[in-house]
Design a protein around this ligand. Structure first.
Ligand code: FE2
Ligand code: FE2
Length: 473
């Protein structure tokens, strides 16, 4: 090598060359053309689309709360990376339409098998021990192969995807250690072998011919009925109306924070319902799935913020009923569009002075900074959700007023079964409030307010927006 050639690899004052992206050796890689990069990204895209689909589809009927909330999170992350890849592929002289093609028949079978798997045991193994690790392997291989300077925009989004896929893998490893036994692994050895046969091996096609399907031999049936684990009980209970307490001026802001934590935790029914809209509304632009998945994840976070509120007060939320009739009724009685209408209507009614701002003011006035912080972010999230509703519900519907009226009507239809639950013995609508309130007062080292102790307004004839249940009842 001539002295001149050596000098050319030196940067000015030894500054990091090439904007810090890489060294000169890596910048001379020629392994992947634009076409190669696109076909590689299409595999990642397909796996992420299927992960999003599988995790979303299983949120509603998965009983374990920690899995329900983690699936909500992970589905959202997958949706974000799908969107990033779609944008990048569209920058590479490729019509985005090509993204809807299944890259390998094996990958389709892989997704179908995990989607149709019978319980969280199979699901955890399939998602977190097969798909996510292989995706991570492929993302790492991509980074080691593509030209880091010429393909810098893909490198950037791939690094970000890798970061979050590693988070998924870590959660999966820990969840599997808690929930999957050696006997499960033995029982499922043939099935996990089948999944591995579906994956292309380092650029080669998957095993050819593909093995016959096991779980997906019968086409997957979506289960829209929400399920909860054993910490949840008396789920039809409508014996306490938190909104009536919150808007009653007789009660203190501190006492209201307990009801706010309850209301937040009860929001676990929103992911259960939204998952059904996402799963049962095919053929929308990806932006719909991305925005709806973001909102779904926000609602799961709101539930967890409520859970944190109970931990903060040293109270055991599993002693009280966390009602699920909203997600149950919407999912089993309304069409996906009607469910979206109800969601939009409720979120619109949360926006005025008496809604989310008020809840935040209660939090601030209570003197509990955590209650204020939870409501501050909850309010911000709800503003975003109202925008998402305008984008993906109202536009399809047309007129805003009609869209709201329709949501109001649909909601009345499902809010009116309080008496039927009582009469059919599904619940006694037990008033759980005094007991939980008394426990909170002990933690606060405060004397219970006698009026608050006597609070006994139910949902019998009032909806959560304090409208009476009338004609439709
Ligand atoms: Fe929420
Ligand atoms: Fe919301």
């Amino acid at each position: 090598m001539s002295a001149g050639a050596i000098a050319m690899t030196k940067s000015y004052h030894n500054l990091p060359p090439l904007a810090g992206l890489c060294n000169f050796t890596d910048a001379q890689r020629t392994g992947l053309s634009v076409e190669d990069c696109v076909s590689w990204m299409k595999v990642h895209h397909y796996l992420l689309v299927r992960l999003h689909e599988i995790l979303t589809a299983r949120i509603t009927a998965e009983p374990i709360y920690e899995l329900k909330t983690a699936f909500s999170h992970h589905a959202y992350l997958c949706a974000e990376h799908v969107a990033a890849i779609r944008t990048r592929v569209s920058e590479l002289r490729e019509p985005p339409l090509g993204l809807d093609v299944v890259p390998h028949a094996g990958l389709k079978l892989l997704g179908d098998e995990i989607l149709a798997s019978p319980s969280h045991v199979e699901l955890l193994l399939g998602v977190y021990e097969v798909v996510v690790p292989r995706l991570i392997e492929s993302l790492e291989h991509y980074l080691a192969t593509t030209n880091p300077l010429a393909d810098a925009p893909t490198v950037r989004l791939t690094r970000f995807c890798l970061l979050e896929m590693n988070d998924l893998a870590e959660f999966g490893t820990r969840a599997i250690a808690c929930l999957v036994t050696d006997a499960d692994r033995l029982r499922l050895a043939d099935w996990t072998a089948l999944l591995n046969q579906c994956l292309p091996q380092h650029g080669r096609e998957a095993t050819n011919p593909l093995p016959p399907p096991q779980f997906s031999a019968t086409p997957y049936q979506y289960d829209a009925v929400p399920r909860r684990d054993e910490r949840f009980h008396d789920s039809y209970n409508g014996g306490v109306n938190p909104e009536a307490f919150l808007y009653d001026e007789r009660f203190s802001a501190r006492d209201k924070t307990l009801m706010l934590f309850y209301k937040r935790l009860r929001e676990i029914d929103v992911p259960e319902m939204m998952a059904s809209i996402i799963h049962q509304t095919p053929g929308k632009p990806w932006g719909f799935y991305l925005d709806m998945s973001r909102q779904l994840w926000d609602e799961a976070r709101h539930a967890m913020l409520g859970e944190v509120g109970f931990v903060h007060l040293g109270l055991d939320w599993s002693r009280i009923p966390i009602n699920f009739t909203w997600s149950l009724n919407l999912n089993t009685q309304l069409t996906p569009q009607e469910r979206h209408a109800v969601l939009f209507f409720i979120e619109q009614t949360l926006m005025p002075k008496t809604g989310k701002r008020y809840e935040w003011e209660v939090g601030k006035e209570s003197g509990d900074p955590l209650a204020a912080l939870i409501q501050d972010f909850d309010w911000a999230d709800e503003v975003l959700h109202a925008q998402i509703g305008r984008e993906w519900y109202v536009k399809d519907f047309g007129d805003l007023r009609d869209a709201l009226d329709y949501g109001d009507k649909c909601w009345s239809k499902v809010m009116s079964q309080w008496r039927r639950y009582l009469e059919s013995g599904l619940t006694e609508h037990r008033n759980w409030w005094p007991e939980m309130y008394a426990a909170a007062c002990q933690k606060w080292d405060a004397t219970p307010d006698p009026a608050a102790m006597q609070f006994q307004t139910t949902y019998e004839d009032t909806r959560a927006d304090l409208k009476n249940i009338s004609a439709s009842a």
